[in-house]
Design a protein around this ligand. Structure first.
Ligand code: ACO
Length: 325
């Protein structure tokens, strides 16, 4: 039976110019390059310049994605931007991106699911496309996490960075089988009872401030491997595929040890894991499209290959998606 599929037609990425290495951090905090590498796999992260905002990062990534898709911005019907670090409390950063790309029609809005934001935004866009309401959609993950980091807290300051990634999704016809190109499934989850393990201690309603990130790292780690592997297994089961069928595992880039443990648990070989965490740390909603862009641009991810994407973040929220490239 013919179905509408959301196919990825272009990918883009942007990292701010300023590099902050582990050695730079060790000058200001009681930490070391060795500790950070061993526990996280992170070598360096990027920090947005003064006056450079989440929207600036998002626009750069989107322009690259549009170029790769061979589309003019005017063809975009909807922008879904995942971020936990918007330019302003309102309006949505997506509308700033919309205006600066010169788009004056359709809809633009933000999605807030912290590190899972890109998977949530992908699910929203996929469903709009499948429902026939949208033809071409920009799905963006963009963050300036450096602005909500407590730079005196070594347990969190070493883990995060700034960046953006974007994909263009376009409606196409498929046969309704796992051989179709495009988004084959998305699965989203949340459990608000786990708020205290990862949150920001401020916000417009509670404190009239932005607040700073607080985290129980060890607990987050424990939940991450369990939740992510269950979400991946569900994605595979719902599509009737096995770990051996997966060409590329494109995980949220939080910590190399979480990536490795999750891949091991679901049976994906380490050579099939796309990892970019070493060079940009955890960029929250930007991390999955940053990893995607790296592997598409270096030629690893090819047309017709099967990808599994996953992410988990504050809330907790988590999710997975299976995509035929
Ligand atoms: N440098 C040096 N020592 C440090 C640092 C640091 N930057 N941070 C913590 N330590 C110390 C701790 O104080 C502790 O010292 P103690 O034994 O004297 O008390 C020791 O190192 C061990 O601390 P743990 O927290 O047990 O270290 P762990 O091995 O769990 O690693 C880490 C910590 C890296 C945060 C890990 O738990 C982790 O990655 N958790 C997941 C967090 C994450 O990825 N969050 C992102 C958002 S959610 C997501 O994206 C999935």
């Amino acid at each position: 039976m013919g179905v509408t599929r959301a196919q990825v037609t272009g990918v883009g990425a942007y990292l701010p110019k300023q590099v902050l290495t582990n050695a730079d951090l060790a000058k200001k905090l009681d930490t070391s390059d060795e500790w950070i590498r061993e526990r996280t796999g992170i070598r360096e992260r990027r920090i947005a310049a003064e006056g450079e905002f989440t929207s600036d990062l998002a626009i750069a990534a989107s322009q690259e994605a549009l170029r790769a898709a061979g589309l003019n911005a005017s063809a975009i019907d909807m922008i879904v931007l995942a971020t936990a670090t918007p330019d302003e409390t309102f309006p949505a950063t997506a509308t700033t991106v919309q205006a600066r790309l010169g788009i004056s029609r359709g809809a633009a809005f933000d999605v807030q699911a912290v590190c899972s934001g890109f998977i949530y935004a992908l699910a929203v866009a996929d469903n709009f496309i499948k429902a026939g309401q949208v033809k071409n959609c920009l799905v963006i993950g963009a963050e300036t996490f450096s602005r909500i980091i407590d730079w005196d807290d070594r347990t969190t300051a070493v883990l995060f960075g700034d960046g953006a990634g974007a994909v263009v999704l376009s409606a196409a016809q498929g046969d309704g089988t796992v051989k179709d190109r495009g988004v084959l499934s998305t699965h989203l989850f949340s459990d608000g009872r786990l708020h205290d393990l990862l949150y920001v201690d401020g916000g417009p309603s509670k404190t009239r401030t932005t607040g700073l990130l607080r985290m129980e790292g060890r607990e987050v780690f424990r939940h991450a491997v369990t939740n992510l592997s269950e979400a991946i297994e569900l994605a595979m089961r719902s599509n009737g595929v096995e770990a051996a069928d997966i060409d590329w595992f494109v995980p949220h880039q939080a910590n190399q040890r979480i990536l490795d443990a999750t891949a091991r648990k679901v049976g994906v070989h380490p050579s099939r894991v796309i990892s970019t965490v070493a060079i940009h740390a955890n960029t929250s909603a930007a991390s999955v499209p940053l990893a995607l862009a790296a592997a598409v641009n270096d030629g690893r991810i090819k047309r017709d290959q099967l990808l599994v994407l996953e992410a988990m973040g504050g809330g907790f929220t988590w999710g997975s998606s299976l995509i035929r490239w």
